[in-house]
Design a protein. Sequence first.
Lengths: 345, 330
Amino acid sequence: MTVTSPDREAPSAPDAAETALLRRLYRTMVTVRRLDLDGVAMQRQGIVPGYAPMRGQEAAQVGSAAALDLERDFAFPTYRELGVAVTMGIDPVAYLASHQGAWHGGMWDASAARLAPINAVVGGAVTHAVGWALGAKLDRSGGVAVAYFGDGASSQGDIHEAMNTAGVSQLPVVFFCQNNGWAISVPSERQVAGGSVAARAAGYGMPGVRIDGNDVLEVHRATTAALERARTGGGPTVIEAMTYRSGPHSTSDDPGRYRTLDEEQAWLTRDPLTLCEQRLRETGAVGDDFFVEVSDTANALTDRVRADVAALGSRPGAEMFDFVFADPPAALLGQKRAWEESRHG
Amino acid sequence: MAETTTIQRALNRALDDSLAADERTLVFGEDVGKLGGVFRVTDGLNAKYGDERVFDTTLAESGIMGMAVGLAMAGWRPVPEIQFDGFSYPAIDQIVNQVARMHYRSRGAFGMPITLRLPSFGGIRAPEHHGESMEALFAHVPGLKVVAPSNPADAYTLLRQSIEDPDPVIFMEPKSRYWHKVTVEDAEWDERLPVGASRIVRAGRHVTLVAWGAMVSRCLQAAELGGEDGVEIEVLDLRWLKPIDVAGLTASVARTRRAVVVHEAPLTAGLGAEVSTLITENFFGELRAPVQRVAGWDVPYPSPVLEDEYLPSIDRILEAVQKTLEYKRG
């Protein structure tokens, strides 16, 4: 296992290619930050009934998702993966449609976008990633499955079953844990025995790396390396990205009941966007005009997304029935007719 | 031509033919590879199709069903086995929250053509968790189809149909009937009824016995005895437990105007209640007696020495038949 301390020395200055990557990642992180803040605002203003903020986790999500090969790979989210979705090119409106109430899984074409629907059973989709990876291995496609989960989910039995099977069969999976410190109100030290999800990888015969999840370049590098290893037959990897859920678990949560303001403010000094901006400014190649333009663009997108989310409205009730089966039994079609008649009386 | 075979051999043949017919079909589970499964239903398939098509999994039922979901999302047609009925409880989260819902959650982006083979029901003098009847639980879950064959020809055609079906199917195999020898005519192997269809396995005009799985043969025995006393008992093999063949049920009861449902699962909130309601909703006025239920007791499936006290016996079935015959409207 490789452990990288979040307090390590500053890395060497990025080269031109890295600067270009950093600009791209920064742009996406700013976009995600604005959209995420507006998700909370929309809930407060009654536009959406609930939202699960990911503020503070932008580097972990954007840095990892940006490393995916969208022709071959496939990602499995939980319910706090706005940053992953936006990085993978999914319309934020289609993602936020879940929170607006249109459809639990979201409204994007999950097959085409290569991001599974939002899944609220934490850890449940990690076994799907293992199955998908087995399929990719049998197809010899070179595709890799990336399973997103948190420190809370790491307590689930499914995580063990998934990692063990992936280890036994050397499947192309990246287990990407965002250790954001809190599973709702329970801190990770009350959740993760031994203190490290990455350290568990050794027991499954796979590499485990703990990285600074707020350093977007480091996240991108570690994910790229794990993807490459999996793609070339090297098997699975556990990445534990150490980060912090700066906001509440959801818009109905109250972190004041279980953690201190001091703790939250301490993490703000390691805000992933601030760190990234510092790195970009240190290159000397990126000036104020870039930051202004990125900010304006993100704000314009957020305005558009807000308007489109607000306009989503309801869904045709027939959809309740239409997606249950590919080949629905007559009894269900009968219930659909009864529902239609009950509406038109 | 005809041949003598068993449900166990017929299932093996159905898996063999399914693997041959579609190279995206995968068979996997605990000990299904070299061993051929603890009931030998997958015997020889690993040798014939190789480790990529027929393979052992880790001993992890939830992981097996989660793997099936991921494989289906990647375009494969998974046929997982969970070794015994009671061991599907550890996989219930994946079956209910994931297998049954991924098509729905993804708005149809992902088909879930998964067939879970589940050796089911009691009657083999086995340890705890090896004799469960879980059909009501599965039938209650939106997104699942549930089927239970009672004989070799149906075991073959129903398993082929289940595997070809675009939706998840819980395939409940009556393990107490795995090795019962039956003569099957050649034509029967190709005799497919529509998905959801029941079958009258014995005609009669006085009362309809409704059963599935191993209880079908017990009902046939009861009908034989009833016939000796001049009571003509019809036996309807429900086959599909979701969707239930309402038309087939009502057609039979329209003739007999009396019905008894027989199942191994505990009485309360069992599938017998559903069958009874479907009959009553459609035929209340014409029924000559309330629909009777003969079921397991509301107790955990008992140890081997008490198994026969638990399972519906021929006597209990005939007593219920007698009740419908003697019933007088007040």
